[in-house]
Design a binder for this molecule. Structure first.
Ligand code: IPD
Length: 307
């Protein structure tokens, strides 16, 4: 019911603020180098899949708060899963929290400010509430389905409303494309790595075209945080974001925010498949995502986009 959803939203925002503060405190200690042991990290699946004590502390905090307040809700967290938590229950109809305590762990370890906590709340398979807090950047993105999407609780998303590409029929002229390298670095013809290199080259070629003066794509970015990619697509800064190999905790909150801002998320491949993409295509847990920025309408108007 609506009151319950409002209450859950307020709880999620508070949780995001507190968790973000924990990240910032830990990062400040590291910047100050007071506790060199905080620089420590261990490898998970491979040499680029890393975890720090901060990831684990923040997830334990969030999980504890949720289970105190909503003991019947399900919880999926990146670090619990990495520790061997069962994947028998993933995303279903039941109210489920989907959390990445620290997205952009490599950035955090290297003291690059693009890291955040990501808290998604899913009901009936739909990303319904999203809170993303990037404390070093002082940016808190949040959304609640049907209510709106905001930066720092006051500025409605998207912030950038002009130019206004409607549902794109082609890569919008002058667009910024974002794509992450991910963690699968296998050097094989069909690997994620190769598809990513191909998408970078395809999009980059749009910059120059044959003559070197093509001028379609303004830029290509790779932030190191899939969550922040989605937030900046919702903001309107990125026009298109693509990633193959994401987990649901990387995207649950970002999808709620992007959709509420009026953007589109689908499972298409770049740069061509998105021409036929529709909102209905998205499936949490699919691992392949392509997001397109909102068309620059108010969130209520743009919520109708693509329906
Ligand atoms: C990763 C980052 C990275 C993306 C990976 C994610 P983590 O999350 O978002 O940019 O390429 O797919 O798993 O490990 O920093 O939480």
């Amino acid at each position: 019911n609506p009151e319950e959803l409002d209450e859950i939203y307020a709880f999620a925002v508070d949780l995001g603020k507190n968790a973000g503060r924990m990240l910032l405190d830990a990062a400040n200690l590291r910047f100050g180098n007071d506790r060199p042991e905080d620089q420590a990290h261990v490898e998970k699946d491979n040499a680029v899949d890393l975890v720090t004590q901060t990831d684990e502390d923040v997830e334990a905090y969030i999980k504890g708060q949720i289970s105190k307040k909503y003991p019947t809700h399900k919880f999926i967290g990146e670090e619990s899963y990495s520790k061997g938590a069962s994947r028998d229950y993933l995303i279903g109809d039941e109210p489920t929290w989907c959390v990445d305590p620290l997205d952009g762990t490599v950035n955090y370890i290297h003291l690059f400010p693009m890291f955040c906590v990501s808290i998604g709340f899913i009901v009936n398979n739909k990303a319904t509430i999203g809170v993303i807090h990037a404390p070093f950047l002082n940016q808190l993105f949040s959304a609640c389905a049907g209510r709106g999407a905001w930066l720092n609780e006051t500025q409605p998303l998207p912030l950038i409303r002009d130019p206004i590409p409607p549902m794109p029929e082609k890569a919008p002229s002058g667009c910024v494309f974002s794509c992450e390298w991910g963690k699968d670095r296998r050097d094989q013809p069909d690997s994620n790595l190769h598809r990513k290199v191909e998408s970078f080259v395809n999009m980059a070629a749009e910059i120059g075209g044959r003559s070197g003066r093509g001028g379609m794509v303004h830029g290509i970015r790779s932030l190191g945080s899939a969550t922040l990619d989605l937030a900046y697509t919702a903001m309107g800064s990125f026009d298109i974001w693509w990633e193959g190999g994401c987990w649901e905790w990387d995207v649950a909150a970002g999808i709620a925010i992007l959709q509420e801002a009026g953007g589109l998320i689908t499972t298409a491949n770049p740069p061509k498949d998105h021409l036929t993409a529709s909102i209905e295509d998205v499936k949490l847990g699919s691992r392949l995502y392509l997001a397109i920025r909102p068309a620059g309408l108010s969130s209520t108007e743009s919520g109708r986009q693509g329906q």
